[in-house]
Design a protein around this ligand. Structure first.
Ligand SMILES: Cc1ncc(C[n+]2csc(CCOP(=O)(O)OP(=O)(O)O)c2C)c(N)n1
Ligand SMILES: [Mg+2]
Length: 390
């Protein structure tokens, strides 16, 4: 038996109030007041250190901030492993990463409560990890092993789990918005104080489903939070070639709902901005559109070398890498020492060695598995008349 995430100290924040982390926490530092900042929302990042590129003010405790750090590192390191596995031809199908966007996935999911629901997309591994998805589920899924959440069917992140409040990603861009509006409506009808959250890329906001879903959520005043990840490109198409507006948040006006703009490479700003939208939804004040400005730091998928993205743009955004910025913040405010951060990263790396080995040692599913779970269970009289050929 290998260890679970919680045993590695990768605690689900939802469980945080109930459990103590297994590893001893580093000693409490001398408290230093966080520097108050304006939240930048521009697309031309220039600053490269914590003095000139500080993160948003936060009410999160040091412990919660270290959890955020863990999840962002876990997000990146799981994807780095997948990237290596892809190059060894071990990944079945495509590999879609979120390098540079980890603060969006982690910071936003961190603003939710246990009863809430997420509808993630391919760039939201971080949100799934925060909801309690284990790295081994991700590795086995991408390698289509029989032990994966879908039993070897489908690949990448196409799995959900209602117990963890997770609707499976839907490939057809925009389609998750009406689905998540439906989840919000169902929650409301059942008298649950739940919030539904989903993510969409800049390209996805130009689909019909985005419009229909958000309009429906608006007129029904549903507790839905839609996070638009403005990451510069939709596959190889720069945003300016598929919409005339500069800010996706402007689209909110058309639905009569609030639209806000957040620095997506600042995990604390993401948490603050999304929490406001979540609180609003939970209070019965309806849906919000939250635009996060960020950048896709790799190609659309592992097979895309992103040769069409200007080098200078990548270099500019690399200086605002969300994980490195957060590290500078933690160190600057003495919330962690370099050794603390190194220890967190090493623990993750060690856990991933075990999880990758588990996935590699797992069998591929038996061929007859492909016949299972495709259709609803047949009534007995039909089941007797037809048996799968072996
Ligand atoms: C309705 C629809 N059209 C086209 C595609 C093919 N497709 C998959 S991802 C993608 C680009 C999406 O770009 P964006 O929405 O900006 O998200 P990002 O990949 O940047 O996160 C496209 C065109 C699709 N899956 N669904
Ligand atoms: Mg995009």
């Amino acid at each position: 038996m290998s260890k679970s995430s919680s045993e590695y100290g990768l605690l689900h924040p939802l469980a945080e109030s109930m459990q103590q982390p297994p590893e001893p926490a580093p000693p409490e530092p001398t408290p230093v007041e966080p520097t108050p900042v304006e939240q930048p929302a521009g697309e031309s990042p220039t600053a490269d250190n914590d003095e000139t590129d500080p993160l948003a003010e936060t009410s999160l405790s040091r412990r919660q901030q270290l959890h955020l750090y863990r999840y962002m590192q876990l997000n990146r390191l799981v994807e780095d492993r997948l990237s290596n596995l892809y190059r060894q031809n071990k990944v079945v199908g495509g590999l879609y990463g979120s390098r540079g966007q980890e603060a969006v996935s982690v910071g936003s999911a961190f603003a939710l409560e246990p009863q809430d629901f997420i509808g993630p997309l391919i760039r939201n591994l971080g949100s799934m990890l925060v909801r309690g998805v284990e790295p081994r589920e991700v590795f086995t899924q991408y390698m289509a092993r029989g032990t994966s959440p879908t039993g070897g069917k489908d690949c990448n992140l196409h799995f959900g789990d209602v117990r963890r409040g997770m609707i499976a990603p839907i490939s057809m861009l925009g389609a998750l918005i009406p689905v998540m509006a439906g989840v919000a409506l169902a929650g409301e009808r059942q008298g649950k104080k739940l919030v539904a959250m989903t993510w969409i890329g800049d390209g996805g906001t130009s689909t019909g489903d985005f419009h229909e879903g958000l309009n429906l959520a608006a007129v029904l005043n549903l507790p839905l939070v839609v996070i638009a990840e403005h990451n510069g490109y939709a596959y190889s198409t720069p945003t300016s070639m598929q919409m005339r507006i500069e800010n996706i948040a402007d689209r909110a006006v058309g639905y009569g709902i609030p639209g806000s703009i957040i620095d997506g490479n600042d995990v604390l700003a993401v948490y603050n901005g999304v929490k406001r939208a979540v609180d609003r939804a939970r209070a019965g004040d309806g849906p919000s559109l939250v635009e996060v400005k960020t950048f896709r730091m790799k190609g659309h998928a592992e097979h895309d070398d992103a040769g069409y993205v200007p080098r200078e743009l990548l270099d500019q955004w690399a200086r605002r890498d969300p994980i490195e910025r957060f590290e500078r913040h933690l160190l600057h405010h003495r919330l962690a020492s370099p050794e603390d951060l190194e220890a967190i990263t090493t623990t993750i790396r060690e856990s991933l060695d075990v999880e990758v080995d588990f996935a590699l040692a797992s069998e591929m599913p038996p061929p007859e598995r492909s016949l299972e779970g495709v259709y609803a269970e047949a009534p007995p009289e039909v089941a007797v008349a037809w048996r799968p050929q072996r």
